[in-house]
Ligand binder design. Structure first.
Ligand code: ASP
Length: 304
């Protein structure tokens, strides 16, 4: 059996057009699974990086200066390898740059200009990642700030609709891999790095689990939430129980919202969130599982 599970970000739309892109991404990943888990997660995230609907690659949110700065990472539980790029500009597929770093160097994180230089040396062309919609939202937000008003847009997406970090976990019967890609938070400070390149914060994989998270990056970094999920699974918890415990802890420690997706070495899935929406697609042996829904803990957690 094999599993490809992916999410489109916290509070991202679950409308048909969004779900169709997620399902196509899962299928692209499945087609490459015979080549390996890393090519599969890369293929999944490349589809989402190409779509303006998700906060990654083209269409990512803009920082305070009106630039797109992207974070992406891959963690392979079987080999124990991790690689990430942080605050990289003008590259449409940062997860592919992270893959090159993973496979061709022993270094784990490249940031800013160094990451860009590495990308260019490896043939990644200069590509615009700023969509018209995000630019327009950024201009309006800056105008609000100039008037001393709080921007009406969602700070994490920059738009009226939401769209956060995307992530993918894969189990191929032999091992587990996790990967994420994001534009981070709208109006972030230039150079700000979130939880996506933070091992154990927003992403983690071992021989027992693969975990990806979305939400306010700082809260995941400060609580090492992805690692917490792995520890619970290592202690015998079902992935569903592990992600729910992690979300509860995140809400208690940081009062934060989040979405978590995990798979274990038996191919069991766990997914929970405490926000409006969290689109998740689970593909088993190339077929989308229609019976799978992430658990919304928003009401349960807000009652505390
Ligand atoms: N976790 C991302 C970050 O803070 C944002 C998100 O998931 O929406 O960089």
């Amino acid at each position: 059996m094999n599993i490809i599970a992916l999410h489109g970000g916290l509070d991202t739309s679950r409308s048909r057009s969004f779900m169709e892109i997620l399902e196509r991404a899962a299928l692209d990943g499945f087609m490459l699974l015979a080549e390996g888990r890393v090519p599969a997660v890369e293929a999944v995230l490349n589809v989402l990086e190409d779509s303006p609907n998700f906060n990654c690659g083209f269409g990512a949110v803009l920082n305070m200066d009106g630039e797109v700065e992207l974070d992406a990472s891959i963690c392979d539980g079987e080999t124990g390898r991790f690689a990430a790029v942080a605050a990289i500009r003008d590259v449409r597929h940062p997860v592919s740059v992270a893959r090159r770093l993973l496979e061709e160097t022993s270094q784990v994180v490249l940031a800013g200009d160094g990451a860009l230089q590495f990308a260019r040396q490896h043939g990644f062309p200069e590509e615009n990642c700023i969509s018209e919609e995000q630019l327009d939202a950024w201009r309006k937000a800056r105008e609000s700030l100039a008037r001393g008003e709080k921007p009406a847009q969602n700070l994490y997406t920059g738009l009226a609709y939401h769209g956060d970090t995307v992530g993918c976990v894969v189990w191929d019967g032999k091992g587990l891999t996790a990967a994420s890609s994001t534009g981070g938070c709208s109006l972030k400070l230039p150079g700000r790095v979130g939880d996506t390149p933070s091992l154990g914060g927003g992403v983690y994989a071992t021989r027992l689990s693969a975990v990806v998270c979305t939400g306010i990056g700082e809260s995941f970094v400060e609580t090492l939430t992805a690692k917490f999920v792995d520890e619970k699974i290592a202690g015998g918890a079902h992935p569903q129980q592990a992600v729910e415990l992690a979300l509860r802890r995140l809400a208690e420690l940081k009062g934060a919202e989040g979405g978590i997706l995990a798979v274990d070495a038996q191919g069991r899935i766990g997914s929970a969130f405490n926000a409006g929406q969290f689109p998740v697609v689970v593909m088993e042996e190339g077929r989308v599982r229609r019976d799978f829904e992430p658990v919304n803990l928003r009401r349960a957690l807000s009652a505390h």
